[in-house]
Structures are given as structure tokens and as C-alpha cells.
Design a protein around this ligand. Structure first.
Ligand SMILES: [Zn+2]
Length: 846
């Protein structure tokens, strides 16, 4: 008998366990939000998987891969009844999103029976660790709640939860935290590398250029697959002010964000704000600091949904902080935007988890409580764009390089914009547009996305409640015609051709172009970025390429590439039949055309211990196009003999002091420290003087100026969005250039400007033009790119930009046998500034 009883007990126990839905603590061994404890990415996935296995309201799906090959996951939470008909719900979303393909009756039915989809994204910024813990709490609550009110919520919404929006970075940050947390001296030390292979904190600045693997999964598998009405992006902010930000955003809103979305942001945001207050969660505020100007962070604002940003105050990663006093200023003062200011006290990971999870749940609840309104508005927004009343009948793009056109088509079609190419020459507004021009017609659901990117909307100056100007939160110009240097014309209905060839969307990451070989001699256009990409790649393979360096009397473009080897692999470039470059009258004489063989170009990218997003984007520029390069650590430079490894060394924007001295964080263990030091600087000198090329961008340009005692300096510092504090009279003006586009004049006869356009848009985020400390006649330094002498601002917000007038933007110096090229800006900023890629590629070829 005792034996039998024991068996029965075991059975009961086992049955009990299998029926029970695991809490995060059951799987992790600790409660999310416990001081010092962070679930790593594998544990987070394991939790959600176990939850999905045990709960009938949860499913788990791998939807893609990260840059480093980790799983990207969607956890879908809804009522079992809804989960059984997800395909149907998605079809209803599609019906609401494209009135052209359905009937008014079908739309009415979808509004009546459809569900609101709420996408919740956790921890895209990896040091913002709270939301990734909070996601488990939110999912567990929704999976287990017995509250009838919440069960009803799940009948009305489908929640798509991204447990962590940047898995690679999160794994890096948590691994680093765990590595040092038991050592008192190093606990909480800052990470000396980026928390993503390429882009670090910039990953949500990529939602219009769509270059990163994670962005593409987000767009295709989360946004476009589900078409969420509400997107909740869960972040953390600084630790000293309010405890949490929710929308509405401050002005300005980007003009192509539909007014209904603005209304809904206001309604939802204030509902959450007041509900948090009711729950006793103090310090939640809205309408401060974060604006809705750039589409780089708000894909859904152009795809029918709202982006609810929650920003919760940070602690010290997983350790708590204590603040004795309430926050100063606005954050500590009661107002309608801040109904219950926080009074100070302890603030830890548990608080972050509590606020974050509650914020998500309240947004979900708003979706359920207002289900029909959300769906009706969603349909109306798409209907308005399909009516085609806002904007021109079409945009036509007659001038763009082939390679930039591929990128543009890729990002527009991936953003669900319908693009086609004209088949015949057409005339738009008096301008002849050749066959193959890109055509984007109005009257499609996502025309607003195209408009936001193709129009150069002026950044409006707006003021907050205190009367002060709302400072731009991010870049203020995202006009692709300026960023990528192409022409766009606005067509009337009569000018649109009847026939055009649709461009098909590429879903995968930059569908690797196929490699082909062209036999015989051919040329490559120096105006097309693809020519440089292929030339640099082939040079790295040891395949020789020639370049036209003088063109007196000949019709070949200056800087044209001449390929004579059958080994040359074409991937991005379009070969040009040499004869086509010959002028009709000149009968193709090559007399006077001087051609030189290009030198080998083994590229090095300097990798300092100061984690630099600019360095990451530089690597992405090369990796994305398949151009080989080597990463060079400070110790590699200090060891000398650089010319054994590389021919050109490229420095991303890191200030000279950090380059020379290394990171300044005293907690950082010795192996992650150190800069160039004296030995490294000496080795660099030897490298350049014996024939090497050094290219520096933005802040790093201070290094060669000092190293080679060049008669040029970085000029006065004008902070990003701040005040210029120069010594000289003109520099006293208040200058603010917080991510704007300037007009520069390029000397196209100089080897740095070959293939370019005389007037080139240059993206600037900090105004720091070069100051020349010598007479213009000094032959040691040349200035092939200068800012325009008047009307320098082309796009975005800028004040005091006159300080740039006529100033040098690029300097190039011969130092014995070698060359130094210095940029006063980052020509590859976030891989968005195609207009200046050519200058960078030419610099690498010096
Ligand atoms: Zn963030």
C-alpha cells in the first residue's frame, strides 16, 4: 500500500507541473528586476518558449536571423480563439490597409470583426536592459491572468511581442555585465565595443534606409506582416529627470504623419499617463524632448500605425541608484504633462520593469477598449493615401546613379511603396526624363512614406509650453534627394506615362549582386558609386585597373576607370563601352588622355578601444558592398611596419585625445586600454612618409593635423545643437547644426573630386569647418571641397551656418611620399549619405 500511494502522489505531482504555466522565476531562478540579475538572451528565449508550450494564449515563432546569426523571435499573445485564426486576422488587416483591392463592405466587416494588433518591442538599445526583463513579466501576465477584464482585452487584440529587438547587442551587454559583476572594482564598467556588430545605438536610426539585418526582419516580419495599429517601442532614458516618458511627442511632427495618428498618439499617450498616475506610478510625463520628425525611428508612422515610445529612467544598468531630491525644473513640477512628479528615492531595475510592463499593458488595453475606433481610423488613413489628394500625381526621378537607384528601389519597395521604371522618354515640368527613370505614383497606401523621404520638408521652429524652442531630438533632414544626391520632379496626372515596368521588392539583405565578368576592354563611370566599389574590391584581389588622370582633348570623363583584365569581377558597376564616351565630332581620339595604373589598395580601418558608431558604420559600408579591409588595433599600429599589412588607413570619427591616449574610463581593465601613444604616432608617421595614405573623418582629422604639423586646424567647436564658443568675432554667433545638409563646392578637376558634381550636398551634425593657418598659395595642403560662399543650408534646421561660408570641408596634404586626406565631416554617416561616398572612395584611392 505505501508503494502504491507514493506512485499516485508522483503522478499527481507530474500532472500538476505539466499543467502549470511557468513564471519567469521558475525558468530563470530569479524574479525579473532583481538587483544585479539579468536574464541573458538564451534564457529569455527559453522562458518564452516554455511559456508558449504551456499556455494556450501564447505562440512562439522564429522570424529571422540577426547579423551574427541569432534567432529573432515573435511571441504572439491573444485569446485561444484568435490564435486559431491568425491568418484570417492578418488578411483582415490587409483588407483595411489597401482599399484598392477590396470593397467598402469587406472593409466594414473587417472593422466589425477584426482585431487591433499591438507590436511591443523590447530593448533595441542594449544597455537599456529593463524592457527585455519586462517583456517576460508582460507575457506571463497576459498568459495567466484570470481577470475577466483582461480576458476580454485578449479577445480584442493580438499582441506581437519582440522579446529583445537587438539580440546580438543584448548578449554582448549581458555577457560583459556578468563577466565583471563579481569584482567590486570593475562591476558596471562601460563596454569598450559596440553593442551590435556595426551600428550600436544607431539601430533605430536605420528604419528608412533599411540596411541592417535586424531592420529588415523588423520591417518585413513584424510591421508589414502584422500591420500593427499600435507599436510600443520600449526604451530607457537618463536617470536624473522624470521616471517615464510617453507620447504625445513634442512638436514638430513630420508633415506626412497622418493627422489621425497624431490624434491617436495624444489620446493613447494621455490615457496611459493618467492610468499610471492612478496606479501610483509617479513621475510619468509627456510632450517633452522626444519629437516625431525623423522617419528614421518611426516606420509605422508612415504605415498606418502609431509609434508609442516609452522611455523609463535608467538605474546603473542592473544596480539601483538613489536620489535624495526630486528632479529639477519641469520634471519636478506638477503640470498636465507631468501630473504626479517623482519625489526622489531609490530607483532600481525592479522599478524599470514595473513601469515598462505597465506601460505596455496600458497601451494594449487602449487598443482593446477602442478596438473599432482604431480599425476605422486605420482604414481611413490608408483610404486617404489611396485617394491621392495629398502631394503630386507622381514623383519622377530622372537623374540618379545606377547603384544609388538600386538602393533607393530596395528601400522604397521594402517599405511597401510601389515603384516602377519608365520605358520611354517623358517630359515632366519641361524636363526630359530618360527611359528607366523611377516613377512613384500617388494613390497608393504608402505614398506618404515616399513623400516623407522624397520631399525636402523645411524643419519648422516650434516652441514648448515654457516658450523655448523645441530642440530637435534627431537629424532634421531626411530628404533622400539630398542624402543620395539625385533629382526628383513632381509630375501632374497628364505627364504620367501609361506604361511603366514595376520594380519588385527584394526581401533579403541586399540580395548579393551576382558576379559577372566582361571580356575585353571597357570603362567604368566615375560618377557611379558601384564603379568604385568594384574597383576597390578588384584591387584587393590584385586585379589591375587604370584611371584617366588627364583628359585634354579626349572625351573620356576625368577619373574614368579603364579595365583591361578578364579577371575583373563586376558586381555593382555597369560596364561602359569605351566608344560610347567618344564625342561625336572628335571621332574618338584618345590623344591627350593620360591613363595611369592604380596602386594596390589594401584598406585598414582603425579600431580604437573607444566604441565608435562611426567606425561601425564604416565597416558596414565595406562589408555591405563586399569591399575587403583589415581592422587595425592600437597595438598593431604601435608594433610598426604598417605598410607590410595595408596601403591606406582609415580613421572614423573619434577625437584625437582618445585616439592617442585611449579610453578614459579608469575602471576599464588593462587589456581594453591604450591608444596610439608615442610609439603609435611615430609608426603612423613612418607609414605615411614612406608612401602610405591616411584618411581621417570628422573628429579624427585633428590627429594628422597635429602629427604632421599641417597649416590647418579643425577650427572652433560648434556643438551639436549648441552654441558656438569660438574666439574670433564671427564665431561668436550662435550656431546650431543638429543633423542638416549643407551645400559644398567640389573641385571636380582634383583627383578627390573626380566623377563628382560641382555642387554636392554634405550632411553635417556638427559645424566644425577647417581653419587654414597659412596663405592659400601653400602647396602642401589643398582644399578640394569647400562649403558654399552663400546660401549654404540645403536642408534641415540650421542657425549661424554662415560660419561655414567658403570654409574648407576637405583638406589633402602630401607628406613626403605619402598622402593625408582629412574630412571635416563624416562622408559615410550612418550609411545614409550617399552623396559623399564618392569623395571617400576617391580619398582611399589617393
Ligand atoms: Zn533607447
Amino acid at each position: 500500500m505505501p508503494l502504491l500511494r507514493l506512485v499516485v502522489c508522483c503522478c499527481v505531482a507530474i500532472a500538476g507541473v505539466s499543467a502549470q504555466i511557468p513564471s519567469p522565476k521558475d525558468v530563470l531562478g530569479f524574479k525579473p528586476g532583481t538587483d544585479g540579475m539579468l536574464a541573458d538572451y538564451d534564457q529569455i528565449l527559453a522562458y518564452h518558449q516554455k511559456l508558449a508550450a504551456a499556455a494556450d494564449r501564447v505562440t512562439y515563432e522564429v522570424v529571422g536571423k540577426t547579423t551574427e546569426g541569432r534567432d529573432m523571435v515573435s511571441v504572439v499573445i491573444s485569446s485561444p480563439k484568435n490564435l486559431a485564426r491568425l491568418d484570417e486576422i492578418r488578411a483582415q488587416q490587409a483588407t483595411l490597409a489597401d482599399p484598392r483591392r477590396t470593397t467598402p463592405k469587406a472593409i466594414r466587416t473587417a472593422v466589425k470583426t477584426g482585431k487591433v494588433v499591438v507590436l511591443v518591442n523590447e530593448s533595441i538599445h542594449s544597455t537599456e536592459v529593463g524592457p527585455a526583463q519586462a517583456g517576460m513579466v508582460t507575457a506571463h501576465f497576459l498568459a495567466t491572468t484570470k481577470d475577466r477584464k483582461w480576458i476580454k482585452v485578449l479577445d480584442n487584440v493580438v499582441v506581437v511581442l519582440t522579446p529583445c529587438h537587438n539580440p546580438d547587442g543584448y548578449a554582448t551587454v549581458v555577457g560583459w555585465w556578468n563577466k565583471w559583476k563579481d569584482d567590486k572594482k570593475t562591476r558596471g564598467v562601460g563596454l569598450p565595443v559596440l553593442y551590435h556588430k556595426y551600428v550600436g545605438h544607431d539601430n533605430n536610426r536605420d528604419w528608412f534606409m533599411l540596411t541592417q539585418a535586424e531592420t529588415r526582419v523588423t520591417v518585413t516580419e513584424m510591421h508589414l506582416k502584422w500591420k500593427p495599429q499600435i507599436v510600443v517601442d520600449q526604451h530607457q532614458m537618463g536617470s536624473s529627470g522624470a521616471r517615464m516618458f510617453v507620447p504625445p511627442y513634442t512638436e514638430p511632427y513630420e508633415p506626412f504623419v497622418h493627422p489621425l495618428l497624431r490624434k491617436q498618439l495624444e489620446d493613447l499617450g494621455r490615457t496611459v499617463l493618467n492610468a499610471m498616475k492612478k496606479d501610483g506610478l509617479k513621475g510619468v510625463w509627456c510632450n517633452r524632448r522626444f519629437d516625431a520628425w525623423t522617419p528614421a525611428r518611426a516606420f509605422m508612422h508612415y504605415h498606418g500605425g502609431v509609434r508609442i515610445l516609452t522611455e523609463v529612467a535608467s538605474a546603473r544598468l542592473a544596480d539601483p541608484i538613489a536620489r535624495q531630491r526630486p528632479p529639477r525644473g519641469d520634471a519636478g513640477t506638477k503640470s498636465t504633462d507631468n501630473p504626479a512628479p517623482w519625489k526622489g528615492g531609490r530607483w532600481g531595475l525592479d522599478d524599470i520593469v514595473r513601469y515598462t510592463s505597465r506601460g505596455a499593458l496600458l497601451a494594449i488595453k487602449h487598443g482593446a477598449d477602442n478596438r473599432e475606433k482604431w480599425l476605422k481610423n486605420f482604414a481611413k488613413i490608408h483610404q486617404d493615401f489611396c485617394d491621392g489628394k495629398k502631394g503630386p500625381a507622381a514623383y519622377v526621378i530622372p537623374r540618379i546613379t545606377n547603384t544609388a537607384a538600386n538602393q533607393l528601389c530596395d528601400l522604397l519597395t521594402l517599405g511597401a511603396v510601389e515603384v516602377s521604371r519608365t520605358t520611354k522618354e517623358i517630359t515632366v515640368g519641361g524636363r526630359k526624363c530618360p527611359p528607366g527613370s523611377l516613377l512613384i505614383k500617388n494613390g497608393q497606401p504608402y505614398f506618404g512614406f515616399a513623400s516623407a523621404l522624397l520631399e525636402n520638408s523645411p524643419y519648422p521652429v516650434t516652441r514648448g509650453a515654457n516658450g523655448r524652442m523645441n530642440r530637435p531630438y534627431d537629424m532634421t533632414c531626411h530628404a533622400l534627394p539630398l542624402l543620395m544626391d539625385f533629382d526628383v520632379v513632381r509630375a501632374t496626372a497628364n505627364e504620367i506615362p501609361a506604361e511603366a515596368k514595376p520594380v519588385v521588392a527584394a526581401k533579403t539583405l541586399r540580395a548579393q549582386p551576382t558576379t559577372t565578368r566582361a571580356k575585353g576592354r571597357f570603362g567604368l563611370d566615375p560618377n557611379d558609386e558601384g564603379s568604385y566599389i568594384d574597383v576597390l574590391t578588384n584591387l584587393a584581389r590584385g586585379v589591375g585597373v587604370k584611371r584617366v588622370v588627364e583628359r585634354e582633348g579626349a572625351s573620356y570623363p576625368l577619373g574614368a576607370f579603364i579595365v583591361e583584365s578578364d579577371e575583373f569581377q563586376l558586381r555593382h558597376a555597369t560596364p561602359v563601352v569605351l566608344g560610347s564616351w567618344l564625342s561625336p565630332s572628335g571621332r574618338g581620339s584618345r590623344s591627350g588622355c593620360k591613363v595611369e595604373t592604380l596602386k594596390p589598395r589594401r584598406i585598414g580601418v582603425y579600431w580604437s578601444w573607444t566604441a565608435s558608431m562611426d567606425e561601425g558604420w564604416t565597416r558596414f559600408l565595406f562589408d555591405g558592398f563586399g569591399i575587403p579591409f583589415t581592422r587595425i588595433r592600437p597595438a598593431d599600429v604601435r608594433a610598426g611596419n604598417l605598410s607590410d599589412k595595408i596601403d591606406v588607413l582609415l580613421f572614423a570619427s573619434v577625437d584625437r585625445r582618445s585616439l592617442v591616449g585611449g579610453p578614459r574610463d579608469r575602471k576599464l581593465p588593462e587589456e581594453y586600454r591604450g591608444g596610439l601613444g608615442d610609439a603609435g604616432q611615430q609608426a603612423l608617421k613612418t607609414f605615411v612618409e614612406s608612401g602610405g595614405t591616411m584618411v581621417t573623418m570628422n573628429a579624427s582629422s585633428g590627429l594628422p593635423m597635429q602629427l604632421f604639423d599641417l597649416p590647418v586646424s579643425r577650427g572652433s567647436s560648434f556643438g551639436r545643437g549648441g552654441r558656438g564658443r569660438g574666439r574670433g568675432g564671427e564665431n561668436r554667433v550662435r550656431t546650431s547644426i543638429p543633423g542638416s545638409i549643407m551645400r559644398a563646392r567640389v573641385d571636380v578637376k582634383h583627383s578627390l573630386g573626380w566623377g563628382g558634381n560641382e555642387m554636392t550636398p554634405v550632411f553635417l551634425r556638427e559645424a566644425r569647418p577647417f581653419e587654414i593657418r597659412t596663405s592659400e598659395g601653400d602647396a602642401t595642403v589643398q582644399f578640394p571641397v569647400r562649403y558654399a560662399t552663400k546660401d549654404v543650408v540645403l536642408g534641415g534646421y540650421a542657425t549661424g551656418a554662415e560660419v561655414l561660408h567658403g570654409k574648407a570641408a576637405v583638406a589633402i596634404a602630401k607628406v613626403k611620399k605619402g598622402t593625408v586626406v582629412m574630412f571635416a565631416f563624416s562622408p559615410q554617416f550612418r550609411c545614409q549619405t550617399w552623396s559623399t561616398y564618392r569623395l571617400l572612395f576617391n580619398a582611399l584611392l589617393q
